[in-house]
Design a protein around this ligand. Structure first.
Ligand code: CU
Length: 503
C-alpha cells in the first residue's frame, strides 16, 4: 500500500516535471542520426488512466490485413498494469500466420503520438520494405499509414517489431510473431508460439538517469505478455506431436528448460536444423531477437513446466504449464530453476550437411567486427571497431559477393546478439573451432564475452541493411553498422522532420 502511494506520488511528480519540459523534448529531433547530439529519452507519463485494456492476442491468417499501433493499458499479472504500446490492442500483437510463397500486404496505421515503423525480423524482404526509419523509409507519423508488401519466400518462425526508437518502443510492447508455414513442414498436433520479454514494474525516474545496461531494472519476465500464474497453459493430449516456437522479443537472454520430455531442436531463426537428435534436460539459451523451434511427443501424462532457469528477480514469472487434458491429478512437477543443467550447443548438434559455405573457400570480401564496450562523455557506448553509429564503417559489398565476417566480442561482461537484416548468414566456426553437426543458418547470433565467430553470407539482396546488436540498449548507444550495396539508391527521400530514429 505504502509502496503504491510512493509510486503514485513519484508518477505525479514525474508528470509535473515532464509537463514543464515537454516543449523542449518535443522539439528534439534525431533525424540526422547523429550520435554526437545529446540523446533525450522521449518517455511520456506512464499512467494508464483512461486507457482501454488490452485484448488477447489474435491470430491473423489472411494475406492482407491492418496493424494499428495504439496505446493501451496492459496487465502483466494481477495488480501490475503498465502503459503499453500495442499492435491491434494486444501484447504481443497479432500472431501472423501465412503460407510460404504468399504475397502479403500489411497496412500499418499509426494511432500513437510518436512515429513508428515495422521491421520484419529475419524475413528477407526487399530493402524498401525493411522498415528502418532514415535508412529504408521515413518513420510513419501519428495519424499516417504505410503499406508493406512482400513475398514470404522462406518458411519458419519470425517476428515483427517497430524499428523506430526501438529501445523504447519494443520495451512498450510493439511486436508480434510472424510464422511462415512451409509447404513441406512436418505435420504436428499442436503448434504454439511463445514470445518472451521483460518489463519494469516500477518506471520511476531512476531509469532516466541510469546508464544503458539496465538488466536488473527488468523485474517482470513474461511469456506472451503475461507473467507468473497469468501465463496461459499449453493444453496437450497424450501422443500429441507438439511444436513450440520460442521468440525472444526482450533485451535479455533466457535459458529455457522443458520438463519431463525429450525434445528435438528442429530450427533456429526460421532455418531448419539437419537431422536433429533427441535431447533431454538441456537449457536452450535464447538471446534477444533469436528464435528456436523445438518439438516433442507427449508421452508423460501429468502437468509439466517449461521454465526459465536462473536467479533473476523476474525468472519465476517465466513459466508455462504444459497440461495434459486427460490428467486430473495434482501436478508433482516442481521448478528447479537454480539447477545448472547442460546448455544446448547448437555448434555440435544434428547431422553434417552442406550449408553452402566453407571456411577455406574463397571469399570476395572479409571483414572483422570488434565488438566492445567503452565510455564516452555521454556515458556507456557500445562500439564496432572502436566507433559508434553512424560513424561505424559500413560493410561495402557488390551484388553477388561472397562475404566472410569475423565477429569478436571484446566486452568483458556484455553479450551481443548480432542481427543482420535482409540476409541469412551461415555460422562457420566458434572460437576457432569449425561448426560440427548441422550447418547453422541464422539472422541473429549471440556472442558471449570473449567469443569469436566466423560467419558467411552471399550479398544477394541489394539495399542498405542494418547489422546491429539486438540488445537495443547497446544499439541505441552505438552498436550498429550497415551492409551497403555499391550503386544502390534508396527509393525514398529522408524527411528531416520525420524524427527518424533507426536504431
Ligand atoms: Cu550488445
Amino acid at each position: 500500500m505504502i509502496k503504491r502511494l510512493i509510486q503514485f506520488i513519484s508518477i505525479a511528480l514525474f508528470i509535473l516535471i515532464l509537463g514543464a519540459c515537454s516543449n523542449s523534448m518535443n522539439g528534439m529531433n534525431h533525424n540526422n542520426m547523429n550520435m554526437d547530439e545529446e540523446r533525450e529519452v522521449t518517455y511520456e507519463d506512464t499512467t494508464t488512466k483512461g486507457l482501454q485494456q488490452t485484448v488477447s492476442t489474435e491470430k491473423i491468417e489472411l494475406n492482407e490485413f491492418t496493424l494499428v499501433a495504439q496505446e493501451r493499458k496492459h496487465t502483466l499479472t494481477e495488480g501490475i498494469d503498465i502503459q503499453a504500446w500495442t499492435f491491434n490492442g494486444s501484447v504481443p500483437g497479432p500472431e501472423i500466420r501465412v503460407q510460404e510463397g504468399e504475397e502479403v500486404k500489411i497496412i500499418l496505421k499509426n494511432e500513437l503520438k510518436d512515429p513508428v515503423t515495422i521491421h520484419w525480423h529475419g524475413i528477407p524482404v526487399p530493402n524498401n520494405m525493411d522498415g528502418i526509419p532514415g535508412v529504408t523509409m521515413n518513420a510513419v507519423q501519428p495519424g499516417d499509414s504505410f503499406i508493406y508488401e512482400f513475398k514470404t519466400t522462406v518458411p519458419g518462425t519470425y517476428w515483427y517489431h517497430s524499428h523506430q526508437d526501438g529501445v523504447n518502443q519494443l520495451d512498450k510492447g510493439l511486436y508480434g510473431s510472424f510464422i511462415i508455414e512451409g509447404k513441406n513442414d512436418e505435420e504436428v498436433d499442436k503448434d504454439y508460439t511463445l514470445v518472451l520479454d521483460e518489463w519494469m514494474s516500477d518506471t520511476d525516474s531512476d531509469r532516466f538517469s541510469m546508464g544503458h545496461d539496465m538488466g536488473n531494472m527488468y523485474d517482470i519476465f513474461t511469456v506472451n505478455g503475461k507473467s507468473g500464474k497469468d501465463v496461459l497453459p499449453l493444453l496437450v493430449n497424450e501422443g500429441d506431436k507438439v511444436r513450440l516456437r520460442l521468440v525472444n522479443a526482450g533485451f535479455m537472454s533466457h535459458k529455457i528448460h522443458l520438463h519431463g520430455h525429450e525434445f528435438k531442436v528442429t530450427g533456429t531463426d526460421g532455418q531448419e536444423i539437419n537431422d536433429p537428435e533427441l535431447i533431454k534436460d538441456q537449457l536452450i539459451s535464447i538471446a534477444p531477437g533469436e528464435r528456436y523451434d523445438i518439438e516433442f511427443t507427449t508421452d508423460n501424462l501429468g502437468e509439466w513446466l517449461l521454465e526459465s532457469h536462473g536467479d533473476m528477480e523476474g525468472t519465476d514469472g517465466m513459466k508455462v504449464p504444459i497440461k495434459y487434458e486427460s490428467f486430473d491429478g495434482a501436478s508433482t512437477d516442481k521448478s528447479n530453476k537454480q539447477e545448472k543443467l547442460k546448455l544446448f550447443d547448437l555448434t555440435s548438434y544434428g547431422k553434417e550437411g552442406s550449408g553452402g559455405f566453407t571456411l577455406d573457400q574463397e571469399y570476395d570480401l572479409s571483414y572483422t567486427m570488434d565488438l566492445n564496450t567503452g565510455m564516452s562523455s555521454r556515458g556507456m557506448v557500445y562500439t564496432i571497431n572502436d566507433k559508434t553509429f553512424p560513424k561505424t564503417e559500413n560493410i561495402k559489398v557488390n551484388e553477388g559477393d561472397l562475404v566472410k565476417v569475423k565477429l569478436e566480442n571484446n566486452s568483458t561482461i556484455d553479450d551481443h546478439p548480432m542481427h543482420l537484416h535482409g540476409h541469412f548468414f551461415q555460422v562457420l566456426s566458434k572460437n576457432g573451432k569449425p561448426v560440427q553437426g548441422s550447418p547453422i543458418i541464422k539472422d541473429t547470433l549471440n556472442l558471449k564475452p570473449g567469443d569469436e565467430y566466423v560467419v558467411a553470407f552471399k550479398a544477394d539482396n541489394p539495399g542498405n541493411w542494418l547489422f546491429h546488436c539486438h540488445d537495443l540498449h547497446h544499439a541505441s548507444a552505438g552498436m550498429v553498422t550497415q551492409v551497403t550495396y555499391d550503386g544502390f539508391k534508396p527509393q525514398f527521400t529522408p524527411n528531416p522532420n520525420a524524427n527518424n530514429q533507426p536504431e
